[in-house]
Design a protein around this ligand. Structure first.
Ligand code: AHR
Length: 497
């Protein structure tokens, strides 16, 4: 039987939070130094910011960028990175085993965000850091009072507060690699107390709890202990939870195409589980429903095989067409789960596990850049209902536990209704040999815009001077008959309702 897709434009499921197209810049490999900051390079501006990177991220319309880690943050002292550069100390760096010069720090990052037109999201040091330091950082960034750290910011040349909204209560504190790794009991106790103090200082911030992958007893425990009433009414509403969002991380990868392209579906399961755990914590702690639903912050996601691209060597992945399709499936997952995902951050934005690579002479846009660009440009607004009938892949999946729990169709789809009244249908055909002629029900337009990302083979890559996998706008389709989704492709169809 031929595959079919039924689109229901009048059936809006949920509003998509723009923050699902967030980025992440860590002091790791060439992400900051040589990535967004490259003083002396003719491609950089007077602050040392790479102008081509800024333009690329503007094209991508990145709404929020996480900083400064990642694992890096577990030994990071923000005071090292502010004030006159000549006074900033060089420190041993223990996450990726290097030296941190602190040439680039808080003011450089926050000003860069303003140039890019994006919101900063700062992650607090829960490893070697103290609550005093965290409070000092928040005061430095957000306070307009006549107090020590706010005045230090003024002394460093910035009068107005930056008003950083998003703050993470540590990064991957469950991980054995983490400096200052914690038990879930220790973490939950500390996170709650820090949250209280941080909100006493600035009730307007959004606080993000450090979860694991949404599938662990860590997630269950820390949510249960921390999603509690804001009894102090710090956010102005005692019925709300003191902590606003829960972070999870997953990276997927497999050397074989089909397990690679289907692996991101595991993230969908993780999101569903996390959402249930959040609900459970709310029910157990009597935090009423009706509070915002988009409380999952998927603040590290991507295709990454650390054996292929080790972190200590800068994690410079070379992405294939298969990876681009995997990223497309990742993005479909976020669209399908937009009711509960409030933020997602591709790890990372430049050079490190990234779709965007810098050379001294310019940029290389990897295969994975193109689905990200198409989604970020067009897949906003509302998620709409969709029924998909497609034959299914039944082979090995990675991780294996998604087999049997989630069907794995060859056509992985999501659809949106954007605010300009257009339907956007994203279809990923992961099959290596077959195109699928597909009936699209619910499409009444005679002019359908067609975008495609595809290539010769699953292992096609883009290199400097030879970017063969890109987003191509094809001739309009008249909407009649069947539409064939070619093998190994992402297709985006757009029409007016
Ligand atoms: O993004 C690379 C690293 O992956 C991050 O530093 C860490 O949080 C995760 O393990």
């Amino acid at each position: 039987e031929a595959p079919s897709i039924e689109v229901h434009p009048s059936h809006k499921l949920s509003e998509i939070n723009d923050n699902i197209y967030g980025g992440f810049t860590e002091h790791m490999g060439r992400c900051i130094y040589g990535g967004i900051y490259d003083p002396g390079n003719p491609l950089s501006d007077e602050h040392g910011y790479r102008k081509d990177v800024i333009e690329a991220l503007k094209d991508l319309n990145v709404p929020v960028v996480r900083y400064p880690g990642g694992n890096f943050v577990a030994t990071y002292h923000w005071l090292d990175g502010v004030g006159p550069r000549e006074n900033r100390p060089k420190r041993p760096e223990l996450a990726w085993i290097g030296v941190e010069t602190n040439e680039f720090g808080t003011d450089e990052f926050l000003k860069w965000c303003e140039v890019v037109g994006t919101e900063p999201y700062l992650c607090l040091n829960f490893g070697t850091g103290t609550l005093d330091e965290a409070l000092g950082w928040l005061e430095y960034c957000n306070s307009s009072q006549d107090t020590y750290y706010a005045n230090l910011r003024r002394q460093n040349g910035r009068e107005e507060p930056y008003n950083v909204k998003y703050w993470a209560l540590g990064n991957e504190m469950w991980g054995p690699w983490q400096v200052g790794q914690m038990t879930k009991e220790d973490y939950a106790k500390r996170a709650y107390q820090w949250a209280k103090a941080l909100k006493l200082l600035d009730p307007s911030i959004t606080l993000i709890l450090c979860g694991q992958d949404g599938l662990s007893s860590w997630d269950y425990y820390v949510l249960k202990e921390c999603i509690k009433h804001d009894i102090h009414g710090l956010g102005g509403d005692r019925t709300k939870s003191l902590i606003d969002m829960h972070s999870i991380h997953i990276y997927t990868a497999d050397k074989d195409h089909l397990p690679n392209a289907t692996a991101p579906r595991a993230a969908e399961r993780a999101i569903q589980m996390t959402s249930s755990l959040i609900d459970l914590a709310r029910i157990e702690n009597g935090v009423p429903h009706g509070v915002p639903r988009q409380t999952i912050c998927f603040d590290e996601w991507n295709v990454w095989d650390p054996a292929r691209a080790p972190g200590e060597q800068g994690a410079e992945e070379k992405y294939t067409l298969s990876d681009a399709l995997a990223v497309s499936v990742w993005l479909n997952v976020f669209i399908r789960q937009s009711a509960v995902v409030g933020m997602a951050n591709i790890a990372q934005s430049v050079n490190v596990i990234s779709p965007l690579m810098t050379t001294k002479e310019g940029l290389v846009k990897q295969t994975t850049w193109w689905p990200l660009l198409l989604f970020s440009k067009y897949m906003r607004g509302h998620t709409i209902a969709l029924n998909v009938r497609s034959s299914e892949y039944t082979g090995v999946t990675n991780p294996p536990w998604i087999r049997g729990t989630i069907e794995t169709p060859y056509l992985d789809c999501s659809a949106t209704l954007s605010n300009d009244g257009r339907v956007n249908l994203a279809v990923v055909n992961i099959h290596e040999e077959k195109g699928f002629a597909t009936k699209i029900n619910g499409l009444k337009a005679q002019k359908v815009e067609v975008w495609k990302v595809t290539g010769q083979s699953a292992d096609a890559v883009n290199t400097s001077g030879s970017e063969t996998v890109t987003a191509v706008k094809e001739e309009e389709w008249d909407g009649k008959g069947m539409f064939t989704f070619p093998k190994l492709s992402l297709t985006l169809l757009r029409w007016e309702i």
